[in-house]
Design a protein around this ligand. Structure first.
Ligand SMILES: *[C@@H]1O[C@H](CO)[C@@H](O)[C@H](O)[C@H]1NC(C)=O
Ligand SMILES: *[C@@H]1O[C@H](CO)[C@@H](O)[C@H](O)[C@H]1NC(C)=O
Length: 569
């Protein structure tokens, strides 16, 4: 990991040097803006997030069917250290504990996902409904509401029922649209009296690109140049169908909202005076966020994607574009199917123009004709890809406002991980990240961007997909090595609590004391953690040593008895 990062920074530096052979490049020209004091509009919703496969565990319990992630993570060599989400945080059994953590932080909302195969083991509603799965989410929703925490529910956070992948090819197949709609409709029917915020898909970019293009994620297919575009096409249609189902069958009764959660890094031109870099940066954002958002707001893909993929397909001698097209009926059906836009944002890249020749083969990545760079001075506290660039958040939010007609925005994910095996509960860098990113969001809100809520990612450390348990995003540390998966608060819990209770950043004097006070609390929790191996050791004593000693005693007495009997005879 470490060496990889260094290598990457070197290539990035080289690239930067090549691009600016003669000029001295000033990376810091974009270090903009001072800290802004102030608070968010009243009613602003503060929350934390999670997803089913990453936290629940109980992968084969109470009638749950297998998902593509159960199968993928059990294949050796796919996940860091061959970890799986079989147990993860044991969240399935710890609803009550976790809700008390949320209550202690005074969260306004909790964002979580429903596991499709836990409710419909084969994925298909007409086959079989697993009432035990329904009961689990019923309990969770009720308990959240009893504690005055609003549930925000994601219907698809990547755990497709395995049967649908095997029989139909998953998201490559248009039949997923009606299967997913049936599942969503069942959720509206059973939970919709209490759930008013629905997210159809979380980060469909990742589902399409990492699931069907690079194969780093389940189902692990490498259909370069086609797989991602076809999967995305079906996902966009599935989203629209579910929105219409809610609109026609449930909206009058339940009065909720249906949106989608899109991931979006910001792309900044390396050279803001170079038209080619400006256009490349625009392409970077359009190929990522715009790929999904533009159809939902305007009915069709971004023109730039149609142009580039069409041009590249023609160069490869194909008779039609590898990007599928919506027909006129589909366009009007898809347009306007977003009651709110969920935005997940973690990092930013500098972008420069780079031509890829057709001989390099087709792929989503070469279709864009650009290169991504990072500033070697950007803090890189955790995951290799995650550089802390707060100002990118403000720019992205303003872009969303102007590009999509001032939609209602919920930030559905924002946060930072820490390096492998790090057990430091004094996560000063996470405090810094939250402070600066939330402050950039405050600036955007003051400029009129309609952000209604913020979701810190994530409540707990959890199974981080192909990175296994090696990356920790949690506000709470989870000891995965211990059977009971205990949770310990990191210092950032205290800091986030203060932001929530003040609804922002009231004044300089107070905020300076927040950081100090938050870091004071973590020393005591550190001792707790240090005591943990001891507890593990004591468990070993009771579970292994005592039974072994007893067995030995019995055996010895038996031998002694036999010896006694023989000498007597
Ligand atoms: C994971 O599985 C692969 C394939 O069997 C093996 O080569 C590798 O050593 C395993 N890694 C660990 C950490 O066990
Ligand atoms: C979708 O699934 C059906 C049923 O298995 C199959 O006949 C069809 O070829 C599949 N289509 C694609 C595009 O995979």
């Amino acid at each position: 990991m470490q060496r990889n990062g260094v290598l990457r920074i070197c290539t990035v530096l080289l690239l930067a040097l090549c691009t600016f052979a003669s000029e001295v490049f000033d990376w810091t020209k974009n270090e903009m803006g001072s800290f802004q004091y102030g608070t968010f509009p009243s009613g602003f919703s503060w929350g934390a997030g999670s997803s089913a496969y990453q936290t629940e565990g109980a992968w084969d319990k109470d009638g749950k069917g297998k998902s593509i992630w159960d199968i993928f993570s059990h294949k050796r060599g796919k996940i860091d250290r061959n970890d799986t989400g079989d147990y993860s945080c044991n969240g399935y059994y710890k609803i009550k504990d976790d809700i008390s953590l949320m209550k202690d932080m005074k969260l306004n909302h909790y964002l979580f996902s429903i596991s499709w195969p836990r409710i419909l083991p084969s994925g298909i509603r007409t086959d079989y409904i697993n009432e035990k799965g329904i009961e689990h989410y019923d309990n969770m929703i009720n308990m959240l509401l009893e504690n005055r925490i609003t549930p925000i529910v994601t219907l698809y956070h990547w755990d497709l029922p395995q049967v649908l992948e095997e029989k139909y090819g998953g998201w490559q197949n248009a039949s997923m649209i009606s299967f997913f709609n049936d599942f969503a409709n069942l959720c509206f029917e059973r939970f919709g009296s209490r759930v008013k915020h629905w997210i159809t898909f979380n980060n469909p970019w990742s589902v399409a690109v990492e699931g069907y293009e690079t194969g780093e994620h389940a189902p692990g297919l490498k259909m370069r140049g086609n797989g991602a575009y076809n999967a995305a096409h079906n996902i966009i249609k599935a989203h629209a169908k579910v929105w219409h189902t809610y609109d026609t069958q449930w909206r009058n009764k339940q009065k909720g909202m249906v949106g989608i959660s899109l991931s979006a890094d910001w792309g900044e031109p390396v050279d803001v005076t170079n038209q080619r870099d400006i256009e490349a940066a625009e392409r970077y954002v359009q190929f990522h966020l715009g790929w999904f958002a533009t159809p939902l707001f305007t009915g069709d893909y971004p023109q730039i994607m149609k142009d580039y993929i069409g041009k590249k397909s023609a160069q490869q001698g194909l008779s039609s574009s590898r990007l599928p097209a919506f027909n006129p009926h589909e366009k009007s059906y898809i347009r306007g199917t977003c009651d709110f836009l969920g935005i997940s944002h973690f990092t930013t890249r500098y972008i420069t123009q780079k031509n890829f020749l057709p001989s390099r083969g087709n792929s989503y990545f070469t279709d864009r004709d650009l290169a991504e760079l990072v500033d070697p001075n950007w803090p890189d506290p955790g995951s290799e890809w995650l550089y802390s660039v707060p100002w990118g958040f403000n720019r992205l939010l303003s872009f969303v406002k102007t590009q999509y007609g001032d939609p209602i925005i919920y930030v559905t994910g924002n946060g930072v991980s820490e390096k492998m095996m790090c057990t430091d509960l004094c996560d000063e860098w996470r405090i810094q990240y939250f402070r600066d990113y939330i402050n950039e969001m405050l600036k955007a809100v003051k400029d009129g961007v309609n952000v209604k809520g913020y979701t810190a990612w994530s409540l707990l450390d959890k199974f981080e997909w192909d990175e296994g348990f090696s990356e920790r995003f949690g506000l709470y540390y989870v000891d995965f090595g211990s059977k009971n998966k205990p949770r310990y608060p990191k210092a950032s819990v205290q800091f986030y609590k203060r932001i929530i209770s003040s609804n922002g950043f009231p004044n300089q004097r107070e905020i300076e004391s927040w950081k100090r006070k938050s870091l004071e609390t973590c020393t005591s929790s550190n001792q707790l953690l240090a005591a943990d191996p001891l507890i593990g050791h004591m468990e070993m004593v009771t579970e292994i040593v005592i039974p072994t000693v007893c067995t030995l005693c019995i055996l010895l007495s038996a031998v002694f008895l036999m010896f006694l009997l023989r000498t007597r005879l």
